[in-house]
Design a binder for this molecule. Sequence first.
Ligand SMILES: [Zn+2]
Length: 363
Amino acid sequence: MIGKIFKLTFALFGAGITYFIYQLAFKVPQIVETIYSRGIYPFFTKTIGHLTSSLPFSLAEVLFYLFLLSILFFIGYIISAFFKPRGEKLIYIGKRVLSFFSLLCSLYTVFVLFWGLNYARLPLAESMGLSVQSGYSVADLQNLCYDLIDECNDLRNQVQEDEQGVYQLSYTRQAIMETMGDIYKTYAPDWMNVSTHCVVKGVATPNLLSYFETCGIYSPFTFEPNINMQMPDLYFASTVAHEYAHLQGFAREDEANFISWYVLSQCEEPDLAYSANLNALHYALNALYQAAPQLYSETANLLCEASKRDLNSYSEYWETFDTPISELGDKIYDSYLESNGINEGVQSYGRMLDLMLAFCQKN
Ligand SMILES: [Zn+2]
């Protein structure tokens, strides 16, 4: 009994201290950058990440199912406490609810210490020496669209397509996942501080991530980038690169998107560069539509017919998963981002464009 109370107090106290450290971290991004993101976190990926990399399956996926089982177990365990004798009933219910709560507190502590602190590191723009303006002109955005369309039209002629005339990868998905570490080693600049070579894992349960309309997910508990193996080929490479950026300690979605584009667009490999540039164009055109709808059509129409087919096929795939489950997944992820200091929630993906505009104007 005393041992149980001690464990519970320890878990609650640990989560409280962790919460305090986490809030404090956002006030000192330079210290977080130097000590945590460039020191402690890479140590975790080199040790624990190296160990989980050696497993031929996604440990995160196994833990996900174990977590679901533990929730079912606790529900049953708490319900069974209602059948205890009258005088002891409340004590048993209270103890079991608190045990479940202490499990959640422990997970929170591990999450923040293993990964969450990366949300508080310096903005990428600062590490890169870029000055990101608060607002770029519509002309800047349209020029970025033009550049990306030129790239995409050129690259689309160099890749393969299936019998429906839709883009298909020239390589196996496994090959893309296995080579991502080498691609980062070759193309990532110093400011990225790439130090870890971990294996990217494919999620084994068919369509598990598709039901949540998700292409990939990084597991901070096991240091594994996990990829949806049923998603269309089109953004497969850019998704692998995006999740790999998370593995390198870049937690913010907009920064992982930018890094994915930055690394892959330099590749001489058309498949990878096409995936990255079309993905970036997708965001740029969406932003142009919001900023100046009258310019959208004339700009988007410059994209070659083959790329338009690719985008249509991509949308059709995801429409089949547009369900209440995916909406729930969106809401959960939105809350998750907001609780980690990303106030724009899912909308923050669009800030990738600010980084791209600043980068393109500098170069
Ligand atoms: Zn992400």
